[in-house]
Design a protein around this ligand. Sequence first.
Ligand code: SER
Length: 872
Amino acid sequence: MKSAEIREAFLRFFEEQGHTRVSSSSLIPGNDPTLLFTNAGMNQFKDCFLGQEKRAYTRAVSSQKCVRAGGKHNDLENVGYTARHHTFFEMLGNFSFGDYFKQDAINFAWTFLTGVLKLPKEKLWVTVYASDDEAYDIWTQQVGVPPERMVRIGDNKGAPYASDNFWTMGDTGPCGPCTEIFYDHGADIWGGPPGSPEEDGDRYIEIWNNVFMQFNRTADGVLHPLPAPSVDTGMGLERISAVMQHVHSNYEIDLFQSLLAAAAKAVGCTNEDQASLKVVADHIRSCGFLIADGVLPSNEGRGYVLRRIIRRACRHGNKLGASGSFFYQIVAALVAEMGEAFPELTQNQAHIERVLKAEEEQFAKTLEQGLKILEQDLAELKGDVVPGDVVFKLYDTYGFPMDLTGDIARERNLTLDEAGFEREMEAQRVRARSASSFGMDYNSLVKVDVATEFTGYKATSGSAKVVALYKEGQSVDVLNEGDDGVVVLDQTPFYAESGGQIGDCGFLKASSGRFDVRDTTKTGGAFLHHGVVASGSLTVGSPVDTQVDADVRHATALNHSATHLLHAALRQVLGEHVQQKGSLVDSQRLRFDFSHFEAIKPEQIKALEDIVNAEVRKNTPVETEETDIETAKAKGAMALFGEKYGDNVRVLSMGGSFSVELCGGIHANRTGDIGLLKIISEGGVASGVRRIEAVTGAAALAYLNAAEEQLKEAATLVKGSRDNLIDKLSAILERNRALEKQLEQLQAKAASAAGDDLSASALDVKGVKVLAVRLDGQDGKALLALVDQLKNKLGRAVILLGSVHEEKVVLVAGVTKDLTGQLKAGDLMKQAAAAVGGKGGGRPDMAQGGGVDAGALDAALALTVPFVEAGI
Ligand code: SER
């Protein structure tokens, strides 16, 4: 059975059991700061398990793209060295949200494996959490798995609930005991059953994990029961394909054949059965999918993990003999293999190739140098541990991720001093700052069990009831005058910050007092109004009148709509690779970050403005439609990576199909409301990411007025008008150049006259004319010219000129040719420059130098006579 057929059989089987088929979510988890990458099918359903989100269904099935590199579940180091680990894989999963539990989950899994896929029962082993008698009994008594193929596994990882059979998504979040199904690949492969000392071998391979989601783990380690026991299962598509295709290694399945062949071709090797080639074939999948989902290589967070994977692939390619950039050449094979199931790959092929090629080229520059350094360090190494400071130096100076150094070390039976490396890293935490934000505790947010109804698409005011109040994060019954706090209402017109648009401000008015709202955010279904009690007090239960600051809201809405138009225009002008990387919309301006590899040219800026302003002038209505995500995608709606969308989405269109995006934000009524868009800046914010800032409406007009004022001011300064400003400025510049030339000529004349005067003051030392003079204010160029002149005039002479120019000492020495056998200008200069705390040198007949100690200049000049006396 082909992998695609297995995927489809799985999805169909569970659909027949009442499950709703749900598409894979992005590899960038939607609005989840606790997670680096999507690492399991359950991620997109996290809030359903926690009871914070209700969907139209209670049973779901999906095939989810996952990356396990970095974060809690990290397989990067194992890839290439085992038969079953990947950085990228597809996870087939079925889910129950408070619907069925252990019994049905176990029966479904068994029926699918033995009934649909027809796996021999005697090849299957099962593990359960040690204390989970219920699951054990279902397996042995109802399903009929013999006890000798059942294994109970307890807390085997050094802490309570730290077990192979207790699954947690991260340090916090939903978790529970699990039961895993293993496949026995046969006695000719080394390895023992789960729980045995040989379990790490490749003979018994876990193919399916059924997690009984029962708890939410908080940062203090406490397990809180979930509102309803649920089920989360995951089966790696690659592993089950290996079983079905009667091969032992995942790398032998159909999905990998063309990738391995393309990798071999790109690096120019013939043997496809090498660990390094598997690494390359695996890594092109994670890199391709991550870039398609909007990640770019960088020095922090997700971008840094991507960079590590790319660099690891490059290194393994180099080991196989690749010369030049090779990795990007494999993208075409990836697209051919997986582009049908994942169209985002096809759409982004050129972009993925460009990103990989640029990263490979950058890495090639540092790799060679870094490898040399590492070789040197390894040659001097005593013992078999590479010290932390060497690992850090390679990381910091040569861009070697630790796992890359680890790979090289492993090939020589060496290990790394990881603790030492971490210590060095502590001193350099700046880079990791953004990565560490992924450790945020999901449960630390204000917990409010309320769903606020949002009325703000149509209104900016209304009435509501206070349903909860918070002060310093704690729930309170009343907020008094001067208190900073959070107000939760049953309904509100205040927009809560999301999708780049800032939260609304305004005020709430109760009969007992007034609360000024500075900002609005959202947690779960509750809208949090942040602010201060301006007068009186506010009590839970009291009715309030709500009033959004309508001017701020209106200006913000124009900027938001203009952002959509700009996004569409960027894709027209620069290409389809443009993806939103960040956006901030407030009442003053809009800021839009997007993927693009070079600075935007002035003519492109103009084209962007022209396109957007043409749409503005068309004054078409801004249309919104609520629909399901699949219909929205079919309409070509642009979805944002890292944004979480529920079942029902809001599609926002402008100019018909000119701009179609998923967006929950507040917008103009018609494009004409925007008035005018003016781009005010363009620049780079990270490798491959550009930023445009722009203004609209009244702010755009104010910006143009200010520019006009500047123009007028400039015209006044040059005594001209707007019309002849350029001519006037050109004339002034020309005159300036002419004056500079004149000045130069005058200076040369003055120096020559000074030379005449100076030559008269030369001393005679043993038949040599010696001249050492201070000429403050002259620069090095003037002194050089003068020394040349004086040499001509004086004949057999030694000259040293010094000056204090712009607070520094400048020195020039000259010796006529007939004397350079005995006296060298460079030697004199060395002494003189040292005396003024600096350095100097040059030819025997002419030398230059300088220093910082102006007070010592006279003493330096006084060295000339003794120098001549000593040398003649
Ligand atoms: N979440 C579980 C896992 O990743 C089951 O899907 O193994």
